[in-house]
Write a protein that binds this ligand. Sequence first.
Ligand SMILES: CC(C)(COP(=O)(O)OP(=O)(O)OC[C@H]1O[C@@H](n2cnc3c(N)ncnc32)[C@H](O)[C@@H]1OP(=O)(O)O)[C@@H](O)C(=O)NCCC(=O)NCCS
Length: 274
Amino acid sequence: MAGTDDVAIVELGPADAQAGLALSTEAHWNQNEADWLTFLNHGIVYGVRSGNDLIATAALLPYSVGNAWISMVLVTARFQRRGIATRLVDACLDAAKMRKLTVWLDATPAGTAVYGPLGFTPTVELRRLRLAHPAPPAATLALSTGDLDELIARDRRAMGFDRGPLLRAFCDRAGSRLVSDGKAMALVRDGRVARQLGPLFADDTASALALVDAVAEAEARPLIIDAVHSQAAFVTGLTAAGWSIERPFQRMRFGRPTTQATEQAFAVAGPEFG
Ligand SMILES: CC(C)(COP(=O)(O)OP(=O)(O)OC[C@H]1O[C@@H](n2cnc3c(N)ncnc32)[C@H](O)[C@@H]1OP(=O)(O)O)[C@@H](O)C(=O)NCCC(=O)NCCS
């Protein structure tokens, strides 16, 4: 396959979860099968096959009030730089256009090079931080269970649109925890190689850092956080506490904004979900 003229784009279904997981694992991403099933069951996922092998994907996940997220843009190494990601993202944009959706995504540096020419414009920046080796759990989590309705309301204020069904589904997953100490609240869920802490909302930076510390003390697995870069004191506090910055993500939007955010999160749910 030399170019993209003979590339057939197909729509994927739940039976493709394992093949999708193989692609995100090749890219060293953290998604697990439950994440793939979220996209395959609730979104539109396009793929390209070579023979029986799935070699590329891109997903469009509709949210509410005319917004959607594009993610899982993956092309296996030996098929890269042939225009396949561009074709798949174009297919997602066509599907979004038909549904009159404003589209968002969180791009890796390689992804930014694909999306800019397609007409995406940058919004906020994120930083992926990792706590590679948390100490053996010092305590069982001395935090109360957070109020899911409050998390959903704060998330709506931060995103500008509702993601209640997604956050409820995250909470229902085995191993998920919604934690709060009254001044900060966060969701912690399983990923393939690390637990993901986010979204995280707090009254102030000190409260956000205190909650992260309490979670880290009770976790045995590596942790990742996708912090909002403009929360500069939060990012600095995390690095001072032993977290290392792994990579940037650039949030980008295609289409006009439909709503205005009225609260800023400290950490987002993850680049694949926003
Ligand atoms: C990023 C990725 C999806 C690109 O897939 P692809 O099929 O190779 O992309 P395309 O061929 O459509 O690239 C279109 C243009 O984007 C730019 N581009 C693509 N990959 C790039 C890279 N690694 N570095 C710099 N520019 C890149 C180039 O300008 C390219 O055009 P050119 O090949 O004519 O120079 C693929 O490298 C990948 O799966 N990477 C790992 C996962 C990832 O980062 N996904 C993006 C998530 S936001």
